[in-house]
Design a protein around this ligand. Structure first.
Ligand code: KIV
Ligand code: ZN
Length: 512
């Protein structure tokens, strides 16, 4: 008999709390659809009470995603819980996730509440939520650093009030695997009604142990839900990475003996979508989804893999979505071939007109670049989603001049709310001149906190994918642009970041 391990994805909530990773509603919807294709059990779509924007995101996702349970985070108060329930009304399966800090440090310094007040509030909030919805999760924030006796009292009472999932966060990434696993085991042994709830782990990666801690919580502690994010996205050093947890449990089924509902072939498409949407580049040596994860460079390894794959490979690249189909597309490729490749890559377009728009951008690119790789197609469709977002600023054309010994100069033409404008400037280099040319007109005053260029498919013939991170009035946004010309890619990325700066609203963060 095997148990099922529930995969709870929080990319759109805890992942998005990473500075600069905030996403528009359309981007979140696109990622939620990919998470549904990946067959995650629970999608934490946001924190409905934190802002009107987050409320809309949770509501839109709840209205369209039908195969995964949709969850909203809520603080332990009636207003937050009612807002979450309202946003989740359209969901086929809905969950409210209540959190309240229980460590002495958080109660005293952050909440300024006594343990008795926290105990009462946790109980009341769970009772209130349980009257609105059947599926309630409770998280004692900073649970791992909480006093064991007090935590047992709180958790016993919220289970008695009807919480059906108990999540034990290592909010600050302080745990080590054996201790965390035993912590969950002790809670389950000491709480008399612990068998009435599913136990869940939620680990942050500050010491690089989020995946190891989560697996110990499963194996030693008996947890049957893991909270994780695509690419380990999240505040500070991030959250537990979904792809690593899933492939560890699948590859070492001999040890974990657990079932998963995940369609692992959708992992790579999800990873790329999240990376391209947020501008958080995946390191080449990242397990499972890094560019080198299945590359064998040394002669001895290559020789071994050619003779028998399992000499050096413990997983099959195809099983996580690396395409077995190495045929590249080009300017002679038709709409059907393009559409089929989108399907193979797990990209779903909502309408024929969206496919047509993406196909015409593909043709434009194919006129300038002979081989179009999967990476180019994924970059192209992720930019398409930005374009669909009724943007304020859109790129039109660019001319720049640079010569050794001369100061580079650029002229950029772009539209502002559909009206064509042009900006002109000198700069330290062609990219600097182009971005200053845009800024000479827009005058956003935003500070650039990150600029990075990545060759999408590795060579100088590749498209450049540029990420620009801007900060303005306390808000941080990322813009991503791609083009075979990196100066053009930079201008597109800058305009995309300006669009996001315009469309973001402030929100309350879950931690602190
Ligand atoms: O890390 C944490 O404690 C959280 C809670 C809100 C569950 O993300
Ligand atoms: Zn967290």
């Amino acid at each position: 008999m095997t148990d099922k391990l529930i995969i709870f994805d929080t990319t759109l909530r805890d992942g998005e709390q990473s500075p600069g990773a905030s996403m528009t509603r359309d981007e979140k919807l696109r990622i939620a659809r990919q998470l549904e294709r990946l067959k995650v059990d629970v999608i934490e779509a946001g924190f409905a009470a934190s802002s009107n924007g987050d409320f809309d995101c949770v509501k839109s996702i709840a209205n369209v995603i039908k195969d995964s349970t949709i969850c909203s985070l809520a603080r332990a108060n009636d207003r937050d819980i009612s807002r979450a329930a309202e946003a989740l009304q359209g969901a086929a399966n809905a969950r409210i996730h209540i959190f309240l800090a229980t460590s002495a440090l958080h109660m005293e310094k952050k909440l300024r509440m006594s343990p008795e007040q926290v105990f009462e509030q946790a109980k009341q909030a769970t009772r209130f939520a349980r009257n609105l919805m059947g599926d309630i999760e409770f998280s004692p924030e900073d649970g791992y650093r909480s006093d064991m006796d007090f935590l047992c009292r709180v958790l016993e009472s919220v289970i008695a009030e009807g919480a059906s999932t108990i999540n034990v966060p290592d909010t600050v990434g302080y745990a080590v695997p054996e201790l965390y696993g035993n912590f969950i085991k002790t809670l389950r042994e000491r709480i008399p009604n612990s068998d009435k709830a599913i136990w869940s782990v939620h680990c942050h990666n500050d010491l690089g142990m989020a995946v190891a801690n989560s697996l110990a919580g499963v194996q030693i502690g008996g947890a049957r839900q893991v909270e994780c994010t695509i690419n380990g996205l999240g505040e500070r050093a991030g959250n537990c990475s979904l792809e690593e947890i899933v492939m560890a449990v699948k590859t070492r089924k001999d040890y974990f003996n657990l079932d998963l509902g995940i369609d692992t072939k959708q992992i790579l498409a999800a990873s790329r979508m999240v990376s391209q949407t947020t501008g958080f580049v995946v390191q080449p040596n990242k397990a499972v989804v890094g560019a080198n994860a299945f590359a064998h460079a040394s002669g001895i390894h290559q020789d071994g893999v050619l003779k028998a794959r399992d000499t050096y490979e413990i997983m099959r690249a195809e099983d996580v979505g690396w395409s077995a189909n190495k045929i590249v597309l080009g300017k002679l490729s038709g709409r059907n071939a393009f559409k089929q490749r989108l399907e193979e890559l797990g990209v779903q377009m909502d309408s024929e007109s969206e496919i047509n728009a993406a196909f015409s951008r593909f043709k434009e690119l194919a006129d300038r670049k002979s081989d179009i790789f999967d990476e180019d197609i994924l970059a192209l469709v992720s930019e398409e989603s930005v374009l669909n977002d009724k943007e304020q600023f859109a790129f039109v054309s660019l001319a720049q001049h640079s010569e050794t010994g001369e100061r580079p100069h650029a002229k950029v033409v772009f539209t502002v709310a559909g009206r064509e404008v042009r900006g002109e400037s000198n700069g330290n280099g062609p990219v600097d001149a182009s971005l200053k040319a845009i800024e000479s007109h827009v005058k956003s005053g935003a500070e650039m906190v990150l600029y990075s260029v990545n060759a999408i498919s590795g060579s100088t013939e590749s498209q450049g994918e540029v990420t620009v991170r801007l900060q303005n009035s306390g808000r941080v946004v990322n813009g991503v642009g791609s083009d075979p010309d990196i100066v053009v890619a930079s201008a597109k990325a800058y305009l995309s970041a300006l669009n996001k700066l315009q469309s973001k609203s402030d929100r309350v963060a879950a931690q602190g």
